[in-house]
Write a protein that binds this ligand. Sequence first.
Ligand SMILES: [Zn+2]
Length: 226
Amino acid sequence: MKSTPRETQLPYSCPPDPDAENWAAEFADKEKRVVRSQQVHTCTKSTCLCYNKHGKLVCKRRAPWELSSTKYIDEKGNWKPKRTHPYVNNYCPAISVALCCNNDIKLLTNGVDTKHASWYSTDYQTKKQNKNHNVSALIAKSLLYHEEHSDHLESVLEHNQLLIFCCQHSINHEMELSGQQVVAYLMGWGDRICSHHYVLLYWSIVKRCLLVTFPELWPKNSMYVF
Ligand SMILES: [Zn+2]
């Protein structure tokens, strides 16, 4: 592991050509490089290390993982993948080689696990809106920056426009967006999909028609005039 360098440009490369003669060898080589670069977990305080109830620093991903010389599943549903390195999590070679990214696969043997996995991945992919507790701090920071750096603007209108822009920018900057959402905006597809279309109904015309036909429907003491 130590003799293989970590590559940062791998995610931008193409997968090996399946029609190539030496595809199997290329696949094995790519898998090794992707695993080295993307799949080795490193615990850091800013990502996964947190204090447990005994005050001890532990990895919230539960690394290092237990080693196992073989993969197995027993009649109670307990299972374990083969693992020969304590900091490499479960991965699928086809996904690793095709996408060159970190992946974590899990065997789902019951409904509760499936529900948790579906919930987790949906939540993760759709990048739900974060809580707004940081927004005021971000805007305050923008305001201070704005006051110091926009003296060159002469008109109050320009000054205010820029302030709003800066505030919005600082909030957007901190927000995670999913790839699908960004593409939808860039393509002008909007951010929602309707299963059906609405038709405008000009109710006032219908109401007027009804009142002309049935004058007794006019509300008593009505000041309403069409
Ligand atoms: Zn960790």
